[in-house]
Write a protein that binds this ligand. Sequence first.
Ligand code: SF4
Ligand code: SF4
Length: 141
Amino acid sequence: MKLSTMWKDALGSLLRRPATEKYPFVRLRAPEQLRSQLHWDLEACTGCGLCAKDCPADAIEIITLDRKAKRFVFHYAIDRCTFCAQCVVSCRQGCLKMSNDEWELASLTKEPLRVYYGEDADVETVLAGAPEPDAEPAPGD
Ligand code: SF4
Ligand code: SF4
């Protein structure tokens, strides 16, 4: 490369706006199509389990406390999710949506990446490890 060309490029770079953004001080709007954190609508859910069955990353677990009373807890493992949206497509009730602006999901620990959706009391029951009424009895019980 000629010295004159090199100087021209160097001076041009000094005068141009940097290509990088000053993240996290400046946050650009996320594109509408961006797939970030998954959300679940308990009211519409039938507990069919199709979303969990079709998830290629095994990131969803539907925990049934009482099917008749629609007491379901939706366990979503963000650290396993590949954000493919297969679950959204598979759910015939339209209860799954991916937001486009909850994408800052990095964490040093696993806890914030394990999300439990559902009624507070039901989530507490699941987290406390209480037996699930609808669960299959263990052999010999
Ligand atoms: S977006 Fe894909 S990987 Fe994530 S929970 Fe849904 S099906 Fe699983
Ligand atoms: S596919 Fe939809 S209705 Fe079925 S368990 Fe999943 S979220 Fe609920």
